[in-house]
Design a protein around this ligand. Structure first.
Ligand code: CA
Length: 225
């Protein structure tokens, strides 16, 4: 799933990015408010981000002001505020500005991942991190797929593709949208790689796991919980 990290401290940004990517997320980093706005605007017309991790002290503005603007423009991407500001009035401003969760620095990466997953679960209207998908069980908490009591070996990209389709809630995603979910906006590896990952997932999990919608793209082929 595709996450936007808004963070001006390069060390924190790369740490968060590396940590989230280890857990199967795809990340874009915006180092200031202007590039965050640009990224979010671009994504709205292509592939909306699954969530945003937002720092408040940015070199060209305040994260809360940015968040208010997004909410006023009906951007409903779940936002987790990650900041050194730990006073109650800051948290009040964060939530009232449209934040969905709030974590103060210094923070534990595991807690950030847990909170992000909870946000994504709620955004997708799921009660559990373990989803039945035909004869497979998809475990969002450990980024694993199980079939017939055994773990299926899926690559990080294959996992990301499956997770993006699950998060899409039965909607059809175009190859370009899936490409962005897998690689972020900065990397262009060609849309045929999406077809290759779909092919591998079908081979490993059953041909009907992903349905081709002719001329449009792909969607989940089995009803999920
Ligand atoms: Ca900062």
């Amino acid at each position: 799933m595709h996450i936007l990290i808004v963070e001006d401290n390069a060390l924190v940004a790369s740490g968060v990015r590396a940590g989230l990517e280890l857990h199967g997320f795809t990340c874009d980093v915006a180092p200031d408010a202007a590039s965050a706005r640009e990224r979010m605007d671009g994504a709205r017309h292509a592939t909306p981000y699954a969530a945003c991790v937002l720092d408040l002290g940015l070199p060209d503005g305040d994260g809360i002001a940015l968040l208010r603007r997004w909410r006023a423009a009906a951007v409903d991407v779940p936002v987790l505020i990650l900041t050194a500001r730990g006073a109650l009035e800051d948290k009040v401003a964060g939530f009232e500005g449209g934040g969905d969760d709030y974590l103060t620095k210094p923070f534990d990466l595991q807690e950030l991942v847990l909170r992000l997953r909870a946000l994504l679960r709620r955004a997708a209207g799921r009660a559990s991190d373990r989803l039945a998908l035909g004869d497979c069980e998809v475990r969002m908490d450990t980024a694993e797929v199980w079939r017939d009591g055994a773990r299926v070996d899926v690559s990080r990209r294959e996992w990301a593709l499956l997770a993006a389709l699950l998060q899409a809630h039965g909607r059809t995603l175009t190859p370009a949208q899936l490409h962005d979910s897998l690689y972020g906006f900065d990397l262009d590896v060609g849309s045929n790689t999406v077809n290759v990952h779909v092919h591998h997932l079908r081979r490993k999990l059953g041909a009907d796991i992903i349905e081709t919608v002719r001329g449009v793209g792909f969607r989940l082929g089995r009803s999920s919980a």
